[in-house]
Design a protein around this ligand. Sequence first.
Ligand code: F0G
Length: 450
Amino acid sequence: MPDKDNIAYQKCINPACGAEFDCGQTLFKCPDCGELLDVVYNWDKIDVPDTLSGFGRRWASRDNRLDFSGVWRFRELLNFCPDQSKVSIGEGQTILQQNDDLGKALGMADGSLYLQYEGLNPSGSFKDNGMTAAFSHAMMVGAKSSACASTGNTSASMALYAHSCGLKCTVFIGSGRIAFGKLSQAMDYGGHTIQIMGDFDDCMKQVQDVCSRLGIYLVNSLNPFRLEGQKTIMLRIIEQLGWQVPDWIVVPGGNLGNSSAFGKAFLELKQLGLIDRIPKLAVINASGASTLTDLVNDKQLRWNDGNVDQSIIDDYYADLTARNFSPHTCASAIEISRPVNLKKCLRALDICNGVVLAVTDEEIVDAKAQVGMHGLGCEPASAASIAGLKHLLADGTIAAGEKVACVLTGHALKDPNVTVNYHKEKQGPFSNPPVEVANDLEQIIKLIKA
Ligand code: F0G
């Protein structure tokens, strides 16, 4: 039992258990019942600014490393460790781009579509928001070695942060299941990279066993401290909208850490009286890795005040095993069929009155090309959010004039193979292939669109 005077503690999300633990403990799953853990705060012991704009003022003191960080600028809202153990390499300097051009192409009104480009983080994906928090906790508990399973971005981010604070790090990746941009980062940043003959779900299982056997610090999104950092993506969206809440957040769903963190963020902000309403949440799967969509839309799985019907999940996974199913999508980042944060995501859907759906690879690569053509670009998994938005506009779930923030989770250069393939092989309506020509001025001039 944690000391009741603590500012923060860990708590099992299973209401039938509800066990509590000190933040100084490194657990990742409830030792009593095996469920996920949350970080919970005694808000009356924390000096939270009265209004969100209080956080914005910190932009003025960018020489303070914690104020400069787009995560720790909001530190009272993730107050689980002392300042001296906080690790930061300048994460969270990301932008919310109002994109009327793309909005128009999707049939939306001006001022409706916003793209939160998390590719601008130091390792090029949203993961850095979480990793700064996970490694701060790792420093607080004196960890020496870290590990993760990854479809690529987690490994790149972990390797960068581990290096920055002197921890060893080991990456587990599914053989052939990782985009080259990400693999190159993990190797370049000094991650000890182990390729397992299997998929992400196999790696996720192995890394948990390895970490508990060898006492290694796990930085996958099972880690509740990591998710605390990812809450700030929502804070920065609200900040860039002049501290207004959008109508919708649309996010791709893989291991479901982001969606889980976003729901928790909005619930806490509402409870603290810092926002007056909670936006709706849309989580978008790839159709080749659609566990969440299948469970929520077909099997009617719900949070149900924490009393999730485990038998529905068990039956679904038993069927995957019986069919020897392995997920497949060109959006390799979300090629996951046993998402570890499933229950927290169900809770987020409940908090945010959310919806889920799956989009095809064809829809993903088309949407990715449109994002590239109209904006800052993104990697395939990120474009699932735009592909999903198209469905939600078409079926009237989202109205043309509603304010929508789509999270572009990773940088356009993470997976150049998918991009080049789409454009060069003329796969779709937005393909923009290079044109070959003889080394001859007249012939070249004929090709120029002046
Ligand atoms: N988008 C990108 C670019 C990702 O890398 C991931 C997850 C997701 C979306 C899904 O986010 O898990 O919070 O639902 N990538 C992990 C990895 C699994 O290992 O890099 P989620």
